[in-house]
Structure formats: structure tokens, C-alpha cells
Design a protein around this ligand. Structure first.
Ligand code: R5P
Length: 259
């Protein structure tokens, strides 16, 4: 791995703990003004001190994020579909030069393994890995599940391993029973979990705790943070689990106390 690649990964995955709390706010690229993100800037601003990286599109970063912030940007560079149509029909929407202009610390796209446009999304990932390797920019592959695909360990291990084989430098997937098998399928490539749909806070904390215990290096969480009744409390609680090894009860106490 070249120096630039290593340096960018170290900005995202904190060397002190080997862990990471990514804040995902890229939902608008296929969902439009997602609940909690209508005014993305107002939502994200108080959360930035507690996030290790921000997953976001180029349009959102330019519109709502102050360029003076220090947070590493994980730039969502795929899109081209919407919740109104077939979700796997993605293209690459942002070239690597624009990612460099934004000073992205990583670039990201989704792979829809088993989806109607599986091959095209693997092609997108492959192209990003080629560009990322050329410029020293790591690629986070998202194992998207589409509307109907099961999120069991067998499927997620298959999807994650394919992304690893294509050359992804980090994997974002979903937590499931037997999650250890998903992590094992990724070898030495770091794995983070998405939060998925909004859960009660304690359940989302339990999921984060279980994921880390089973080998994830952290989370790339969106709705379970910004749709919480106390987003700052929730991200602080997730952070306490990921970086400080706090228990679910201790983390929940942080959330409750922040409320
Ligand atoms: C989906 O493909 C997007 O990348 C979201 O950012 C991702 O699902 C993480 O957000 P959430 O925790 O809300 O699922």
C-alpha cells in the first residue's frame, strides 16, 4: 500500500484504537430529502466533533459543509437511480479528479451482488479501485442489499468477499446473526456496519456492540444517529462503544444523560 493510501486510511480509522465511527449522510443520492437531512448542514454540524469521517455526496458537501472543517470526507461517487426504480441500476457520478478537488480521504460506491445490475455495479467498484490505486485514495465498498435481498451471513459474506476480491480497501455491510463469518470472509480488510433503518436507541447500541465484538472495526451509521431524538447523545454513545469499549448499558447512559 502506498504512503498516500495508508495516510488517508489512518485519517479515517484512528490508529490509536484501530476503530472508526463514520457518520453517513449520503442518503439523499437515492432517497432525496431523507427525514433528518432536509437541512443537512444543521443536522451534521453538532455531530462533527464526534465523528471520525463523513460519508457524503459532492453536492451535499459543497452545499452544506464548511470547507474549513477538519473531518475526513468519504465521498459517495455512485448514483443514477432512485427509490422509485430498480436500486441496483447505479453508475459512477463523480470522477476521481473531483474527489481530489474535494480532498476526499476515501471514495465509495455500492455493489449490488445478486441485483439486476450486479455486473455493472461490480464494474463501478473495479473502476474506482483502479482510480483509487492510481491516486492513493482508498475505496469503501458498500454491500447494498436492495429492496428484497436477505441480509443473512451467507449472503453478506458472499457480497463482502466479492468486493474484497475486486480490490476494495474497506467494506461497509450490515450486521446479521453469525456476523463473524462476514468479517472472516474479508480477511484483513476492515469492515464497518451500516445502521440500517431507525431502531430504538438501545437496540442500535447493542447492534454496534455486537458488531465490534465480532470483528467490525466500527460503524458507518446514519439514520440511527441523525433520526434519534438526541443525535449528539447517540453518536457519543456509539463512539463510547467503538473507541472506548463501553458496554451497551454504559453507552445508553451516555445517550440518556445527553438528553
Ligand atoms: C446507503 O447505501 C447509504 O450509503 C447509507 O449511507 C447507508 O445505508 C448508511 O446509513 P444507515 O446507517 O442510515 O443505513
Amino acid at each position: 500500500m502506498n504512503w498516500g493510501m495508508k495516510n488517508r486510511i489512518s485519517r479515517i480509522i484512528k490508529p490509536k484504537t484501530g476503530r472508526c465511527v463514520m457518520l453517513a449522510v449520503d442518503h439523499g443520492y437515492f432517497q432525496g430529502p431523507t427525514t433528518g437531512l432536509a437541512n443537512l448542514g444543521n443536522t451534521v454540524e453538532p455531530l462533527l466533533p464526534y465523528a471520525d469521517a463523513l460519508m457524503i455526496t459532492r453536492g451535499a458537501v459543497r452545499n452544506w459543509i464548511d470547507p474549513a472543517v477538519e473531518i475526513p470526507i468519504i465521498l459517495r461517487v455512485s448514483g443514477g437511480q432512485s427509490i422509485l426504480k430498480e436500486l441496483s441500476n447505479e453508475i459512477i457520478t463523480t470522477n476521481v479528479e473531483d474527489a481530489i478537488r474535494i480532498n476526499a480521504s476515501a471514495i465509495t460506491c455500492s455493489a449490488y451482488i445478486g441485483g439486476e445490475h450486479e455486473k455493472e455495479t461490480i464494474g463501478n467498484l473495479s473502476k474506482l479501485v483502479d482510480e483509487g490505486e492510481k491516486y492513493g485514495i482508498p475505496v469503501l465498498a458498500v454491500t447494498a442489499v436492495g429492496k428484497e435481498m436477505a441480509r443473512d451471513a451467507r449472503y453478506l459474506a458472499l457480497a463482502s468477499r466479492i468486493c474484497v476480491e475486486i480490490g476494495a480497501h474497506m467494506i461497509k455491510t450490515y450486521y446479521t446473526e453469525d456476523f463473524k463469518k462476514v468479517v472472516e470472509a474479508c480477511g484483513n480488510i476492515p469492515v464497518v456496519i451500516a445502521g440500517g433503518k431507525k431502531l430504538p436507541e438501545k437496540e442500535a447500541l447493542q447492534m454496534s456492540c455486537d458488531a465490534v465484538a465480532e470483528g467490525a472495526i466500527g460503524v458507518d451509521m446514519g439514520r440511527n444517529i441523525f433520526q434519534s431524538d438526541c443525535p449528539v447523545g447517540m453518536i457519543r454513545a456509539v463512539r463510547a462503544i467503538v473507541h472506548d469499549g463501553k458496554s451497551v448499558d454504559e453507552a445508553y447512559e451516555i445517550y440518556e444523560h445527553s438528553k
